[in-house]
Structures are given as C-alpha cells and as structure tokens.
Design a protein around this ligand. Structure first.
Ligand code: FAD
Length: 387
C-alpha cells in the first residue's frame, strides 16, 4: 500500500495551493460571500488560464484526461478556500463536462468539450423538483414532449446551482409517463437563455457566492438532437454520470474541516484568557484533536474512493461513507471551531461563520446523511426501508 504522491501530483497540489493563496484570500472570499451570487467572471477566467476546466476533459478533445485522484488533489485546495467557488466550478466540471463526455453525441462533444475546457461555458444540472430531492424518482413531474422536430419542456426545478448564469442546463424530464418511473425519464441539453425559461431566487444561508435557484420551464422548445443519451433511459444514464459526485462533495467536507482546524488551531494560540493562551485548556485541545482526527479519516476515505474509481473497482460504499464522514466532520469542525472563537466565531469579519453556514449544506445535498446510511446498509444486504 503506497499513500505517497508522485512528483507530478506534488506539483499539482503546490500549484493549486499557491493559486488559492493568491486568488482566494480569506478577505476576498468573505467579500464575495457578501457581495456576489456567483464566481466573478475575472476569477473564472483565472481558473481557466490555470487549466482547471481542462483537467477532466478527455485527451482526444484537447483535455488533460486527469484521473479522479488528481482532480481531487487540486479540488481539495479550492474546497479549503471557498466551498461556494468549489461548487460553482464543480457544477460545470461535474455536471456539464461529465454529462457531455459520457452521453453527448460526437457533434456535441466536438463542439462543447473544447469550449468547456477553455472555461468558455458555464453549466448546471436541473434535476431536483419542489416535491422532493431524496425521492427523486417519485417527485419529477417536469415533462418533455416531442413535437415535430423539437422537444417542448414544461415544469419547475428547484435548488439548481448556477442556473442563473448557465450557458447550458442538463435538464431531466419525463418523456414517457406511461412507463414505470425508472423508464420514464430522459436527459436534455437546454440553452440557459432559451425562450420560456424563468429563474427565481432562493435566498439561503449557505454557499452565498454560488446561488442555487428555481427554474421554470414554460413551453421551452429545444431541437430534437438536444436529447442526451437514450430516450427513457435517463434515470440509469444519469446515475452512472452522477455516481462520482459523492467523492467531490466528500472533498468539500474535507476542505471545511481543514479550514476550520487550521483557523481554530492558530486562533487558540493567539487568544489569551486567565493569563495565557486558550490553547492550553484541555477541553479546547479535545475539540482540536477531534477535528484533526476527523480530517485524517475523511481525507483518507475520500482519496480511497477516488482511487477505487480510477482503478475500475466498485467505489460506491466508500464514496457514500466518505460523503457522510466528511459532511459530519465538517459540521463538527465548524461548530467547535466557532466555540473556540467565542463571540468572534459568529462575526462576519471572520471566516468561521461562513464555514458553519456552508457545512450545513453538505449534510443533505446531494444526498442526505440519513439516506447515505440507508444506502450503506442496503449495500450490506439489509432490506430497503424506503420503497
Ligand atoms: C443549496 C443547494 C444546492 C443544490 N444544488 C442542486 C443542483 O445543482 N441540482 C439539483 O438537481 N439539485 C440540487 N440540490 C438539491 C439537493 O440534491 C436536494 O436538496 C437533496 O437531494 C435533498 O432533497 P430535499 O431538499 O427535497 O429534501 P427531502 O428529500 O424532502 O428530505 C427531507 C428529509 O427527509 C429525509 N428522508 C427522505 N427520505 C428518507 C428515507 N427514505 N429515509 C430516511 N430519511 C429520509 C431526508 O434525509 C431529509 O432529512 C441542491 C440543494 C441545495 C439546498
């Protein structure tokens, strides 16, 4: 068993850490959190110049064809600096690029992948509907009807990350309502500014510089060839594309734990009470020690899941565990980090309040901790409790 990084991987981490230190300073991230609803274009461009969007693009379309472990090594640094930024770039890479690369026609791949790699396009995925995200198969009522040479989409989506700035949406809709739910869905590539699309804001406490919004489809007409993959096989195709998403979200948890631990560790040594630094109090050391352990555990299982993915082994159990361990570790780290900072933990001048708000979002998205536990036991052979 070899946990060491190659020279190339070490360089990738160094380069991304350097970039994040320079471009995602705590001051700038806190400014974005108060002032913008998505990553500013100039920052997006800097990521593009760095080659971030090219990483996961297959080599035949001009990309670097990086494996998941390598992608995660870079992503970890972004997650530590800002979960909003990580989510914003992650939506285009994880939803846009992956859906096109896996399901796009040759023409769609040839047209869109090089542009995605250059950072020219922003994308999102419109799956969740107001009726519920966990029971997604039972909740989708958005329809796509074939009319002449077009598809006409009607319905409503909610919590769609980056839809307000997206050039394209990957939208999941019912095309075959007479079939059983898992055979009723298809996937579409919808231009973000297509006629009939309306966006509604959803104010929330977390991920402030990466809005997730409502999307209303009112007779949105798209060309027939914008069907991605196979009609009525959308459920299975979507699951296959989305499976690695849990590894990325686990890395978000790792990023938060690392950020909270480092900030609180330093703060505890600088803040004094009763004649010395508060870091000498055993109870605060316990908080820090638990964060430190959670960080190691969450990071190890996340990279293990990525490695299993890259080596073609089953990785679903580890990816699900990683998401759970990292999400719960993130919430623990943010709560205890804030406690270590006393009143300053909730002040907007400091990042801990942002970590605390952001940590909450990954408890239930993209999969809730409750459902993750259900699935872990289903994988172990216990009866399915939810269907
Ligand atoms: C900020 C944000 C960004 C998002 N981004 C996107 C995006 O880009 N694209 C997209 O399509 N979706 C997105 N989502 C949707 C996200 O995936 C859903 O919020 C998530 O799946 C949970 O669905 P829900 O919020 O409807 O909760 P519900 O499904 O209503 O769940 C409510 C509660 O019931 C519990 N529950 C449900 N079923 C069971 C069960 N069988 N056993 C035990 N407990 C159960 C859940 O664990 C949870 O505690 C986003 C959500 C948020 C909040």
């Amino acid at each position: 068993m070899d946990f060491s990084l190659t020279k190339q991987q070490e360089m990738l981490v160094r380069e991304m850490a350097h970039f994040c230190k320079k471009e995602l300073s705590t001051e700038y991230v806190l400014w974005m959190d108060e002032n913008v609803d998505f990553v500013p274009d100039e920052l997006w461009k800097k990521f593009a110049d760095l080659g971030l969007f090219n990483g996961g693009i297959p080599e035949q379309y001009g990309g670097d064809g990086l494996l998941m472990v390598d992608l995660m090594l870079g992503f970890e640094q972004i997650c530590k600096a800002s979960l909003s930024v990580a989510n914003a770039v992650g939506a285009t890479i994880g939803f846009g690029t992956r859906f096109i690369a896996e399901l796009g026609s040759e023409a769609q791949k040839a047209e869109l992948l090089p542009r995605l790699g250059q950072g020219e396009l922003k994308m999102c995925m419109a799956l969740t509907e107001p009726a519920g995200g966990t029971d997604i198969l039972g909740s989708i009522s958005t329809t796509a009807e074939e009319k002449g040479g077009s598809w006409v989409i009607n319905g409503q989506k909610i919590f769609i990350t980056g839809a307000h700035v997206a050039d394209y949406m990957i939208a999941i809709a019912k095309t075959d309502p007479d079939q059983k739910p898992s055979r009723s869905l298809s996937i579409f590539l919808v231009p973000g500014k297509a006629k009939g699309i309306r966006i509604g804001r959803v104010p929330k406490i977390s991920f402030h510089h990466c809005d997730s919004v409502e999307v209303f489809f009112d007779n949105v007409e798209i060309p027939k060839e914008n069907l991605l993959g196979t009609r009525s096989n959308g459920w299975y195709e979507m699951l296959a594309v989305l499976n690695p998403e849990r590894i990325g979200v686990a890395m978000m948890g790792v990023g938060i734990i690392a950020a909270c631990y480092e900030y609180a560790f330093r703060y505890a040594q600088e803040r004094h009470a009763f004649g010395g630094p508060i870091s000498r109090f055993q109870i605060l050391q316990k908080y820090l020690a638990d964060m430190f352990i959670n960080l190691e555990n969450a990071r190890n299982i996340t990279y293990k899941a990525a490695w299993l993915h890259d080596t073609g082994r089953p990785y679903h159990v580890e990816a699900t565990m990683a998401k759970l361990v990292a999400a719960e570790g993130a919430l623990h780290a943010a709560v205890h980090g804030a406690e270590i900072m006393g009143g300053y933990g909730i002040c907007k001048e400091f990042p801990m309040q942002m970590y605390l708000r952001d940590a909450f979002q990954i408890q239930f998205s993209p999969i809730s901790n409750e459902m993750s536990r259900n699935m872990l036991m289903q994988f172990q052979g216990l009866p399915k409790s939810w269907a």
